[in-house]
Design a protein around this ligand. Structure first.
Ligand SMILES: C[S@@+](CC[C@H](N)C(=O)[O-])C[C@H]1O[C@@H](n2cnc3c(N)ncnc32)[C@H](O)[C@@H]1O
Length: 454
């Protein structure tokens, strides 16, 4: 794919000509690191999230449309886009396929519906209820939980994740939540839930490397080998209480700072079929899209969120996780990879074929599974973009896609350029691409934003 350099700008000779501009922004302005200092955004950690500042930079760059804007994030993850739109008074819709991340989006974008006074009472009563639960089960060992109707997470290597006594406490809190929160309005349930979810991995025997999680094997010995740091942390209710305290302060802060928040709607669904997911009344009303889809780099969101998916009983059998990964764009776990074996996946049409050019061929000679993976990824992105074009307000819409390139079997997959070509094939006008930063310390990996008009 040829591209020339002109006065520091790369000019991409596609259908239309657009510039590729290097935009020098600090990692705090782009990545999840920028979330730590922002109230509410810091409630749940997902390393491939983007920063609230980036959403604001993109909202400014896209400007206002001639009508009332509705912003869509079809890959909402933790809900960063929805939160920032809400603060700026712009109505927004988020779509997310992963049930845990969908609930994170829903919980973090509902602060405007919470009353801090009521919240304090609810949290206090919930923590008291959890203490009662500890007493009720004081003499019941973890091995007998299932006979008392408390299901252990069907997560493989369960005790590699949590030491049995830690898991025992966490499960009792989960059960207390199930009993106590049932009658509460959804936004209050979600508040309690996200507090629990946010501490779940703080007590696991893991290291949260960027961007993946790894186990700390033999954690008892790590005391010496890891500079005296003991990785087995004993769960204590005071940690959860402290977490809720900080979260309530966050709600108070944003409510004071943002007197007129805009409505937002979180939806669980598959962005390959947006027309079916988003209610008809919004079709033709969406004018801005700010999003970051998965990258074609074999990172599995289902795999990374599996402790939550199983702990919260969203999934109760191992096959459910790999079924979800099949539907997730870029998914690569179990069945998702198996389904790529023993056949050749073709581009869905000439738009995807032209965009991919000779990339699949280069990878086929090295790995047919990986070549299929790349073709499937762009077929799925085509489905997503084609469906989205049908619900945008034509003539008045602008989109910004944050995406990273990848190397598959040593062959570069320049996702930003391929996405730009597919957008053009669908009738969008690509305006420009920003190259934001080099990723992961490895040569040749970067993150980009593709801007287009429709
Ligand atoms: C890069 S992350 C988005 C992170 C988000 N911008 C944030 O700040 O938290 C991509 C998200 O797309 C979701 N996803 C993958 N395939 C999807 C699909 N077919 N429909 C909807 N969401 C999908 C993943 O579960 C993941 O949460």
């Amino acid at each position: 794919m040829g591209q020339g350099t002109l006065d520091g700008l790369m000019v991409y000779p596609g259908k239309g000509r657009f510039k590729i501009v290097w935009k020098n922004l600090s990692p705090e302005l782009i990545t999840f690191k920028g979330k730590f200092n922002h109230p509410v955004h810091s409630w749940f950690r997902l390393t491939p999230s983007y920063s609230p500042d980036l959403v604001n930079i993109l909202l400014n760059e896209l400007g206002k449309s001639s009508s009332q804007d509705v912003v869509l994030d079809p890959f909402s993850g933790t809900g960063t886009t929805l939160l920032e739109c809400k603060k700026r008074g712009i109505p927004s819709i988020g779509v997310e396929i992963n049930p845990v991340l969908y609930r994170v989006t829903r919980a973090s974008s509902s602060w405007d519906r919470l009353d801090p006074g009521l919240l304090k009472n609810i949290v206090r009563a919930f923590l008291d209820f959890a203490e009662e639960m500890f007493q009720r089960f004081e003499s019941v060992p973890l091995s007998k939980f299932e006979t008392h109707g408390i299901m252990l997470p069907r997560l493989s290597n369960l005790f590699r994740w949590w030491a049995p006594d830690v898991l025992r406490d966490l499960l009792l809190i989960r059960e207390a939540f199930k009993e106590y929160a049932m009658e509460l309005p959804e936004e209050y349930q979600d508040f309690l839930w996200i507090g629990m979810a946010s501490i779940l991995l703080d007590f696991a025997n893991i290291r949260r490397n960027h961007p993946t999680i790894s186990f700390v094997d033999n954690p008892f010995n790590l005391g010496q080998s890891n500079g005296g740091k003991n990785w087995i942390k004993k769960f204590s209710m005071s940690v959860l209480a402290k977490k809720y305290e900080v979260m309530i302060k966050d709600v108070e802060k944003v409510k004071t700072e943002v007197p007129n928040p805009a409505p937002s709607m979180a939806m669980m669904g598959d962005s390959k079929h947006l027309g079916d997911v988003i209610p008809g009344e919004y079709h033709g009303r969406i004018t801005r899209v700010i999003t970051s889809p998965p990258y074609p780099n074999r990172y599995s969101y289902v795999m990374e969120t599996r402790p939550y998916l199983y702990f919260f009983e969203v999934f109760t059998s191992p096959s459910q996780a790999s079924e979800l990964d099949m539907e997730t764009i870029g998914g690569t776990w179990g069945k998702a990879t198996f389904s790529l074996k023993g056949k050749r996946i073709r581009p869905v049409n000439s738009i995807v074929d032209d965009a991919l050019s000779d990339i699949p061929e280069k990878i086929y000679s090295l790995s047919d599974i990986m070549a299929n993976y790349v073709v499937k990824y762009f077929n799925d992105m085509y489905l997503h973009l084609a469906g989205m074009s049908r619900i945008l307000k034509e003539g008045d819409s602008r989109v910004a896609y944050v995406i990273g390139n990848s190397y598959i079997k040593g062959v570069e997959v320049p996702s930003d350029l391929l996405l730009a070509r597919i957008l053009e094939g669908l009738g969008f006008t690509v305006e420009k691409i920003w190259h934001l930063r080099k990723r992961g310390g490895k040569r040749g990996l970067y993150e980009a934003v593709v801007f287009a008009r429709y």
